[in-house]
Ligand binder design. Structure first.
Ligand code: SF4
Ligand code: SF4
Length: 344
């Protein structure tokens, strides 16, 4: 029992965090919680301020990597240039692996991404033509996205740099499945990794040709297969482990814990209370214990109303103590299979 207590109350001081640079977005994707304003009560609409970012890096010099994207479009943050430059000076790697729509990016910003070695951009492009793309990416402009990729690649050549590495993410729907091969080819021509993903919402434009999509993607495309993945313990674990490995912080410093939680914050604020105290508050420490089955459900904890926690409790499958980072990275592949978090 003593070891359990020690593990439960071990101070969390992760080298990677997730910090939303912006929860604003100019697009209106039909299944998105940002577009539907569901994030408004707990998360709100706003942008990370440079002064908060600088203070966070100055006070927490052990930080090595920050994921900037989650609920909005990072390029709508008017202070992103200062954020990118300061992170480079402090040798902190920046990523947007959750995704960007890449519609509105100034030339100067495109060059900064290369000059300041922004590590990774996952660009959401669900189609290979404007007509198809804009059916989900409402208000988006396919030609503009492609133009921005070309310009970025041009800057990469000029600076002789591999960064940022680029991923073309294609969320598969019934209206775009026929363009998968062409999009794959375009991604290859642009030197981008290509990944296919299933939408979490199987009611919006469902896949029509299951055999074709399965052959192209290797993904669990039938409802039954997708259910098995989403109810599997490993799928949920890939999100829940964020509480330990890469906690999610809102643009204003609120502690959200994982990238799924948009309904209730944990105690504390990373900017005003300090990152380590906020990541080790009573409520998030209790949540970690809940996820390990060491404490019972408590109504004021965000996980208490999360489907992934409820599935875990029903199956009596708790997170193991002693998180293994390598295993986490491997398993995190699972969360890319399903477009669970709705955004990007
Ligand atoms: S149970 Fe839900 S809210 Fe809690 S950490 Fe896991 S995914 Fe996030
Ligand atoms: S899914 Fe992404 S691009 Fe679309 S509205 Fe939401 S935040 Fe914007």
């Amino acid at each position: 029992m003593q070891n359990v207590e020690i593990e439960m109350f071990k101070t969390i001081r992760p080298r990677k965090i997730r910090l939303d640079a912006s929860t604003l977005c100019q697009l209106r994707c039909p299944c998105c919680s940002t577009a539907a304003r569901k994030i408004e009560p707990a998360i709100g609409f706003g942008c990370l301020k440079f002064k908060d970012f600088k203070k966070l890096l100055d006070e927490n010099r052990y930080l090595k990597e920050i994921e900037l994207s989650n609920y909005g479009e990072i390029f709508l943050n008017p202070e992103l240039d200062s954020i990118i430059k300061y992170a480079y000076e402090k040798k902190v790697r920046l990523l947007a692996e959750n995704g960007v729509n890449f519609n509105t990016v100034a030339d100067q910003m495109l060059e900064m991404l290369v000059a300041y070695r922004f590590r990774l951009l996952l660009i959401s492009i669900d189609g290979a033509s404007h007509q198809t793309y804009q059916q989900y990416r409402v208000n988006g402009n396919f030609a503009m996205v492609i133009k921005n990729i070309r310009k970025l690649n041009n800057y990469k050549s000029l600076h002789d740099s591999d960064y940022p590495r680029l991923i073309w993410q294609f969320v598969i729907f019934g209206h775009n499945e026929h363009e998968i091969p062409l999009a794959k080819k375009m991604a290859q021509d642009f030197g981008m990794r290509f990944i296919l993903k299933l939408s979490w919402d199987r009611h919006f434009s469902p896949i029509k040709n299951l055999d074709f999509v399965k052959k192209e993607s290797g993904l669990p495309v039938s409802d039954c297969e997708a259910d098995q993945v989403m109810q599997g313990a490993e799928y949920g674990a890939s999100f829940c482990r964020m509480l330990w490995e890469e906690p999610q912080i809102n643009w204003d410093g609120k502690i959200l814990g994982c990238c799924c939680n948009h309904w209730r914050q944990f105690d504390g604020n990373a900017f005003t209370d300090g990152l380590v105290p906020a990541l080790n508050s009573e409520s998030i420490t209790y949540a970690r214990a809940m996820l390990q089955g060491l404490k019972p459900l408590r109504e004021d904890i965000p996980c208490a109303t999360c489907d992934l926690y409820l599935e875990r409790a029903k199956a009596n499958q708790w997170l193991k103590r002693g998180v293994n980072m390598t295993a986490f990275r491997v398993k995190s592949r699972l969360r890319k299979l399903i477009h669970y978090a709705l955004d990007q």
